[in-house]
Design a protein around this ligand. Structure first.
Ligand SMILES: [Zn+2]
Length: 284
């Protein structure tokens, strides 16, 4: 999918790639037994499955990036634990479209876990950490900022302060309350579930809707209602959201962008007698 984009009404949608990483397959599918999930997502010798990191570039009134992958700040031990493979990363993805970090004007976070916002900041050779996108404002939901900067034992490993605290120091952070419109055609929608203030991004133009589902439906393998990550802090919220949202997505033909699918960047959710499935629109 190198350099490919989808014209979506007046907006252009470009799924980018910040490489791949690996997480425990059991943690990714919660209560679903391994004999079932490994048919959809084969595990390596450490029981990990491969996931993509796919930020979405929206070209509209401004050049907007939604999430930014894990970025390059991780130490070698974490790179090994998470099997991070960024041989193809966000800067390559931008370059394929003739863009550089300085072109991005707006950066939006679905939530502040490291696999979504590690790329928000970069460590200089001097050791200093600065915003990766020097000309961008960074938009974060207020309550997510509060949770991320006050982590507890259950979410501390996911919120790495160096990913987002430097944004405040640099004066580029915009905290936004509620389900706000971020730019024309782009608004956020609260889901809860994965984190108290996790949100998806609704993209609407010319009567069509696309949705960046972040960690609510991280891969096409997570469509079925009980296939919920063990990482989720509020799994019953995830269940309720998915139940309503998947119906809505089928009925209104939402174009879904899967942030963590190892192959499918975008697709439509369809329904047959034997169940729901994803019809891919853009794959690696
Ligand atoms: Zn994630």
């Amino acid at each position: 999918m190198n350099g490919r984009s989808i014209q979506f009404g007046e907006l252009t949608l470009s799924p980018l790639l910040d490489g791949y990483f690996r997480l425990d397959g059991g943690a990714m599918f919660g209560v679903v037994p391994k004999p079932l999930w490994e048919k959809r997502a084969p595990a390596d010798e450490r029981n990990r499955i491969t996931l993509g990191m796919r930020p979405l570039l929206v070209t509209g009134e401004k050049l907007m990036l939604i999430d930014a992958g894990a970025g390059g700040k991780m130490d070698p031990k974490s790179v090994d634990i998470y099997g991070i493979d960024r041989r193809r990363n966000l800067s390559h993805s931008l370059a394929e479209r003739g863009l550089a970090a300085g072109d991005v004007e707006l950066v939006l976070a679905s939530h502040l876990h490291f696999d979504h916002v590690g790329g928000f900041t970069t460590r200089e050779s001097s050791g200093e950490i600065r915003p990766t996108f020097p000309n961008a404002r960074y938009v974060v939901r207020t309550t997510e900022w509060e949770d991320a900067t006050h982590p507890h034992e259950r979410n501390r490993a996911s919120y790495l302060q160096e990913d987002f605290v430097p944004l405040e120091a640099a004066g580029v952070l915009d905290l936004v309350d509620g389900d706000a419109q971020i730019m024309p055609g782009v608004r956020v929608r609260w889901t809860g579930g994965h984190a108290r203030s996790h949100q998806v991004v609704m993209i609407e133009s010319a009567g069509r809707t696309a949705v960046f589902t972040a960690d609510m439906i991280p891969t096409a393998a997570h469509l079925d209602e009980p296939w919920i990550m063990a990482y989720d802090l509020y799994p019953m919220e995830t269940l309720a959201f998915k139940r309503a949202f998947v119906r809505e997505a089928i009925d209104h033909e939402y174009l879904i962008f899967f942030e963590h699918d190892p192959k499918i960047a975008a697709g439509y959710i369809r329904e047959k007698a034997r169940g729901k499935y994803v019809e891919p629109v853009m794959c690696d």
